[in-house]
Design a binder for this molecule. Structure first.
Ligand code: 13P
Length: 257
C-alpha cells in the first residue's frame, strides 16, 4: 500500500517515569543524537507534572509533547482530573487514550475512551487511540474481532472534519514491556485490518490518511522491519523512549524508511 499520504510518527510513552529535573539532561542527549528530517514526526507523551519542564527544555527541537490521558469532562468538580483545555493551554499536541494499562488498572471502558478521544479533538489535540488484545485472546483466535470492536467503539461520533487526524496505535498487551515484540507480519496483519475497518467507518480515502502505529517492545533493533510494513506508520514506544540514544535510533530507522 502507498504510504505517501502518511508521515511516520515516532511517539514515546514515558508512562510513570522520570522527574522534571531530568528533562534538561534528556533533551541535550537526545538533541545530540537526533536526526529528525521533516519527513518524520516525533513526540514524547509524558506525565502531567513534567509537561511544563519538557516544553521549556525542548527549545526549538521539533519533537512535540503529548499527554498520556485526559478527562472526558470539560471542567468542574472532578477531583484529580486534567482537562483537554488545560493540556491545550500547555501546548500539548498529542494525547494517548485507551492505553491497555488504563483499561486494565483503572477499568476504562471503550465508551469512556471514546469520550476522552472526543474531548481531545474539541481542544484541538491529536488523539492516539490504543487498542490491542491479550495473550488469551490471541491464543483464542479473537485478535482481529476484538481489536475491530475497540476501534469501532473508540472512534464513535468523530466529526467528519477531524477523522483523518486521528491516530490508532496497535499495542498487543502480551508485547508491552515484555521484550516479546510481535513479528512484523503479526503487527502488519492487525494494522492492515485496522485500516480496513477505518475504511468501512470513514471511507477508503480518509483511511489512507490515518496513521496506524505499532507499540510493544519496539526498540532500535526491531524498528526498521516493523516500520517497513505497508500499514505500520510509526511506533508508540515505552521503555526504549526513556533512553535518549535508543529513542533517537528508532527515529533514525523511521527517517530511513
Ligand atoms: P514498551 O515499549 O515498554 O513495550 O511499551 C509499549 C507501550 O505500552 C507504549 O504505549
Amino acid at each position: 500500500m502507498d504510504k505517501t499520504n502518511r508521515k511516520p510518527l515516532i511517539a514515546g510513552n514515558w508512562k510513570m517515569n522520570k522527574l522534571a529535573s531530568e528533562a534538561l539532561g534528556f533533551w541535550s542527549q537526545l538533541r545530540q543524537a537526533l536526526k529528525l528530517t521533516p519527513e518524520v514526526e516525533g513526540a514524547l507523551c509524558v506525565p502531567f507534572p513534567l509537561i511544563p519542564a519538557m516544553q521549556a527544555a525542548r527549545g526549538d527541537c521539533p519533537i512535540r509533547i503529548g499527554a498520556q490521558d485526559v478527562s472526558s469532562h470539560e471542567a468542574g468538580a472532578y477531583t484529580g482530573e486534567v482537562s483537554a483545555a488545560m493540556l491545550a493551554d500547555l501546548g500539548v499536541a498529542y494525547g494517548i487514550v485507551g492505553h491497555s494499562e488504563r483499561r486494565t488498572y483503572h477499568g476504562e471502558t471503550d465508551a469512556l475512551v471514546n469520550q476522552k478521544l472526543l474531548a481531545l479533538l474539541r481542544a484541538d489535540i491529536t488523539p492516539i487511540l490504543c487498542v490491542g488484545e491479550s495473550l488469551e485472546q490471541r491464543d483464542g483466535g479473537q485478535t482481529l474481532d476484538f481489536v475491530e470492536s475497540q476501534v469501532r467503539n473508540g472512534l464513535k461520533d468523530v466529526p467528519e472534519a477531524e477523522r483523518s487526524r486521528v491516530i490508532v496505535a496497535y499495542e498487543p498487551i502480551w508485547a508491552i514491556g515484555t521484550g516479546r515484540t510481535a513479528t512484523a507480519e503479526q503487527a502488519q496483519e492487525v494494522c492492515g485490518h485496522i485500516r480496513a475497518v477505518l475504511g468501512e467507518l470513514f471511507g477508503a480515502e480518509t483511511a489512507r490518511h490515518i496513521r496506524v502505529l505499532y507499540g510493544g517492545s519496539m526498540n532500535g533493533k526491531n524498528a526498521a522491519s516493523l516500520l517497513a510494513k505497508p500499514d505500520i506508520d510509526g511506533g508508540l514506544i515505552g521503555g526504549a523512549s526513556l533512553k535518549p540514544l535508543e529513542f533517537a535510533d528508532i527515529i533514525g530507522a523511521a527517517n530511513e524508511g
